[in-house]
Ligand binder design. Structure first.
Ligand SMILES: NC(=O)c1ccc[n+]([C@@H]2O[C@H](COP(=O)([O-])OP(=O)(O)OC[C@H]3O[C@@H](n4cnc5c(N)ncnc54)[C@H](OP(=O)(O)O)[C@@H]3O)[C@@H](O)[C@H]2O)c1
Length: 347
């Protein structure tokens, strides 16, 4: 039996969902994978970092947070005021980092990840900030310390996109991909295709918890840009900056435009795309990156992906078109991606 000790930094929707998942699956993972996963450290912003070398009792930690108590009320734990101090003072095999995505400077996740990798811990994350802005740096740092930096859940939550391309499509030359990588905008466009206007569709998405009170990151395409940057770095090895992605959101699309497109048996979708382009001599390839509304014929598999569902079509030399469709958000779904990455580090 292999013991895996985790520190979990960020204990909100995803952090708590992941803790519940490893609790539920503890016996199954022991039987089927020969791994005994324990949570030795947990941190949030309000209460700092708690640590117990023998492993924390997950139901107790969850209960404390649900009852609005402080993590530091957990009996017999060591406590630090911040995750950084806690990570510095202790060690675990893997840092699971799920603090909020920040697309300006990637903090606080970036500092947590740099520190953990430098200490020889693997890092697994759903946090798009560091993955979008600094994937190459973090992968290089991981390699320098003989550990892994894995980020399956940053794109399409637990739907296995990154591992499918990196492992399942190993040896294939991927030259393009196109996807619906933001569930909120796809939900809004699907509702508009059913006759609602933008304001109604957005209000509905907010009422259902699919859109934030400030929906800018989704509707203006920034979230899809972040995922595009992650795929550019991981799949194509190109470290693009956000401003190198052509970006247009969905706020200017009218119900009339959508109806016109529908009447032509087509669909309007917010499409993120990456395409290798030869720069003339046929040798050096540039990577074109775009996030913009596109009109798709119904024969395109992406045209029929509705609601909050995400999808990615991959074009390669050996498999001309492969489409992966699945959830792009949710705590259990994102937790699945984190769990798969944890098991991959162990393998
Ligand atoms: N929600 C989804 O479906 C989904 C899907 C894919 C990826 N993601 C990504 O997953 C990450 C987490 O999302 P979420 O929905 O769980 O967010 P959330 O509910 O806002 O939780 C964020 C957690 O991070 C903690 N935190 C913030 N700053 C911290 C710091 N300096 N040190 C330690 N902890 C800190 C917060 O502490 P407090 O509790 O004290 O505020 C909170 O516990 C984000 O990067 C998000 O983009 C989410």
């Amino acid at each position: 039996m292999k013991h895996i000790r985790l520190s979990l930094v960020g204990f909100g929707v995803i952090g708590q969902g992941f803790a519940e998942l490893i609790l539920t699956k503890h016996g199954f993972l022991k039987r089927h994978y020969g791994v005994d996963i324990s949570l030795v450290g947990v941190a949030n912003a309000r209460h700092g970092f708690i640590y117990h070398q023998d492993g924390l009792h997950i139901p107790t930690v969850l209960q404390l947070v649900k009852e609005k108590g402080s993590l530091s009320d957990y009996p017999g734990v060591k406590h630090w005021d911040s995750a950084l101090e806690g990570l510095q003072a202790n060690s675990a095999d893997i840092l699971v980092e799920v603090t909020p995505t920040n697309l300006r400077d990637a903090e606080p996740g970036m500092s947590h990840m740099r520190l953990a990798l430098s200490k020889g811990m693997h890092v697994v994350t759903a946090n798009k900030g560091p993955a979008a802005l600094a994937a190459s740096e973090l992968i290089a740092l991981a390699s320098q310390h003989g550990v892994q930096f894995r980020m399956e859940s940053t794109v399409m939550a637990g739907t296995p996109v990154i591992s499918t391309i990196q492992e399942g499509l190993a040896g294939a030359q991927v030259f393009a991909m196109r996807g619906i990588l933001n569930g909120t905008t796809n939900y809004i466009l699907s509702a508009m295709a059913e006759g609602h206007d933008y304001v109604e569709a957005l209000a509905d998405a907010q009422a259902k918890g699919y859109a934030e009170t400030d929906p800018t990151a989704d509707v203006e395409g920034y979230d899809a840009v972040a995922k595009t940057l992650i795929l550019a770095a991981l799949i194509f090895g190109h470290s693009l900056k956000p401003e190198q992605v052509v970006r247009e959101g969905i706020t200017k699309i009218s119900r009339q435009q959508i109806q016109m497109v529908n009447d032509q048996d087509k669909r309007m979708k917010l499409i993120a795309s990456l395409r290798l382009k030869s720069d003339g001599d046929g040798q050096k390839k540039n990577l074109e990156a775009r996030v913009e509304p596109a009109v798709l014929p119904l024969t395109d598999p992406l045209a029929r992906v509705d609601g909050v569902t995400n999808a990615l079509t991959i074009h390669s030399d050996t498999l001309p078109e492969v489409t992966i469709i699945g959830p792009g958000a949710g705590s259990k779904q994102t937790g699945q991606g984190l769990l798969a990455d944890v098991l991959a580090c162990f393998r």
